[in-house]
Design a protein around this ligand. Structure first.
Ligand code: ADP
Ligand code: ZN
Length: 218
C-alpha cells in the first residue's frame, strides 16, 4: 500500500503521515524533513539545498528524484506514505515509472484542501522543537510552558520558511507546480479530496475509511 498526501503548506500532511505511521505502521517519507535533517547535519547535500528551503523554492527535480530513488530501492515493497513528494510532474512520472518496474503502484492520493487565509493563520503560528521536531501551534496546540517543548523541554522556534513573506511564495509555488499533479492523479481515478479545515481527526478518519475499504490488498 502506497499513499501520497497532497495539500498546500500547513494542510497537515505531516500530522496525518505521523498518525499513519503510529497507528498503521506506514513508513513516513517526508522530503522536507529529510532536507531539514541534512541541513542540520551540515552535509554537502544539506549545503546544496539550504538556499531553496530558506527561500521557499523547490529543490531541483534531479536532486529530489535521486534521493527518493535511493530511499525506494530499499523500501519499495513496504507500506509508505509520501509527504511532500511528488511535487512536480517530472517527480510524479519518475515515481510511477520506478514503482511500475517493480510491480508496485500508488494506491491512493489524498488532497487535503485548505483556504489561503487558513494556511497563513496556521503557518505563522506554527512552532517546532529545535531538538526533537515536535510541532506546536500557538492557536490550537500550545505547549504547556511557553516557548518550551512538552516532550524534551528544548526551545521552540519558528521555521525560517514559516515567515509570512516566504509562506506566500510557498503557496504560489504550490498552485503553479503542484496543482497540475492533482489533475494527473485525478485522471488515474485515485485522488480523493478531504476538507482540511474540519480538523485532524476528521481528515484521518476519511483516509482510514478509504484504505480500509481497499480489502485484503492492504
Ligand atoms: P511544506 O509542505 O509545509 O511546504 P515541506 O517540509 O514539505 O513543507 O517542504 C519544505 C521545503 O523543502 C520546500 O519548500 C522545498 O524547498 C523543499 N522540498 C520538499 N519536498 C520537495 C520536493 N518534492 N521537491 C522539491 N522541493 C521539495
Ligand atoms: Zn522537543
Amino acid at each position: 500500500m502506497k499513499i501520497i498526501l497532497f495539500g498546500p503548506p500547513g494542510s497537515g500532511k505531516g500530522t496525518q503521515a505521523e498518525l499513519l505511521k503510529e497507528k498503521e505502521g506506514f513508513l513516513h517519507f517526508s522530503t522536507g524533513d529529510f532536507f531539514r535533517q541534512e541541513i542540520a547535519k551540515e552535509t554537502s547535500l544539506g549545503k546544496k539545498v539550504q538556499y531553496y528551503l530558506e527561500k521557499g523554492l523547490l529543490v531541483p527535480d534531479e536532486i529530489v528524484i535521486e534521493i527518493v530513488e535511493n530511499f525506494l530501492k530499499e523500501n519499495y515493497n513496504k507500506k509508505i506514505v509520501f509527504d511532500g513528494y511528488p511535487r512536480t510532474l517530472p517527480q510524479a512520472f519518475s515515481l510511477d515509472q520506478f514503482l511500475l518496474q517493480r510491480n508496485e503502484k500508488i494506491n491512493f492520493c489524498f488532497l487535503i484542501e485548505l483556504s489561503e487565509e487558513e494556511i497563513i493563520k496556521r503557518l505563522t503560528s506554527r512552532r517546532v522543537c529545535k531538538n526533537c521536531g515536535a510541532i506546536y501551534n500557538l492557536n490550537f496546540k500550545k505547549p504547556k510552558i511557553e516557548g518550551l517543548c512538552d516532550l524534551c523541554n528544548s526551545e521552540l522556534i519558528q521555521r525560517d520558511d514559516d515567515k509570512e513573506e516566504v509562506i506566500k511564495e510557498r503557496i504560489n509555488i504550490y498552485y503553479k507546480d503542484t496543482l497540475p499533479l492533482i489533475d494527473y492523479y485525478e485522471k488515474k481515478n485515485n485522488l480523493y479530496r478531504i476538507k482540511g479545515d474540519l480538523g485532524k481527526d476528521y481528515v484521518y478518519s476519511e483516509i482510514i475509511k478509504k484504505i480500509k475499504n481497499y480489502g485484503n490488498l492492504y
